[in-house]
Design a protein around this ligand. Structure first.
Ligand code: MN
Length: 239
């Protein structure tokens, strides 16, 4: 049985719709997992039932994290926030870490993972970073536009097998201060944090780029997904 992978999704609060780009689900299937979308509807007060089923958690990309969760007031560059999604994903993260389930945070997912564990976020890179790169690319989603330097001894470096990689980029926020226990394991040349990981768990990694859009063309992104699904699968065999 392929491991069941829960994926959080976006919520359009004006239209009342949940939605998720299919690339997340396709990348899970191609990597040997089976995807299930987790809707963070406001009425859900506990995520425990999900954890009777899922063997790994993907936190998908999306809008901004409410800075109230890292004790900051909103700055002018902050985009749209979705309070129900923040609340739901923070519950998912805490439950996943308690069970030591593999977690892969992608873009916003890396940020909310960090915030849920006590870290902070740059609310708007263009005004919060000196000499920033273009982190919201105008190029196809699968195409890598900037380089990252990966910390040599990190889990991410072991997975990808290289200290330098090129990634796509669709973000205006980023991790500022990694949460306690987390390390910044990749940065772009403007020092923006492009990946975090927590070495104390079996597999907890957040990446600022979108590997789900690159799995067909980029071996690093394909390998990251494969390792994540393999970690989820190894857990499911033991249980
Ligand atoms: Mn970037």
């Amino acid at each position: 049985m392929p491991p069941l992978i829960g994926i959080s999704c976006s919520y359009d609060q004006k239209e009342g719709r949940f939605f998720l780009p299919e690339a997340y689900c396709e990348a899970v299937v191609k990597s040997g997992g089976f995807p299930v979308i987790l809707p963070g509807t406001g009425g859900i007060k506990s995520v425990r039932p999900y954890f009777a089923a899922i063997k790994g958690l993907i936190l998908a990309g999306g809008g901004d994290v409410d800075p109230v969760h890292f004790n900051e007031e909103p700055q002018p560059g902050l985009g749209e926030i979705t309070p129900d999604r923040d609340r739901f994903e923070i519950m998912l993260i805490k439950a996943a870490l308690k069970k030591n389930l593999p977690v892969l945070g992608i873009c916003r997912g890396a940020q909310v993972l960090n915030v849920a564990c006590g870290g902070t976020v740059i609310q708007h890179i263009a005004s919060g970073v000196k000499k920033p790169l273009k982190h919201f690319q105008s190029a196809p989603r699968w195409y890598p536009t900037h380089e990252i330097a990966i910390v040599d001894s990190s889990r991410l470096a072991k997975i990808i097998g290289t200290k330098a990689a090129r990634v796509n980029s669709f973000h205006h926020q980023a991790v500022r201060q990694p949460a306690p226990g987390f390390t910044a394991c990749a940065r772009s040349s403007d020092e923006v944090i492009e990946a975090i990981e927590h070495p104390g768990y079996r597999f907890v990694i957040g990446v600022q780029w979108h590997p789900e859009c690159m799995v067909d063309k980029d071996k690093n992104s394909a390998q990251l997904f494969r390792e994540f699904i393999a970690a989820a699968g190894s857990r499911s065999k033991k249980q």
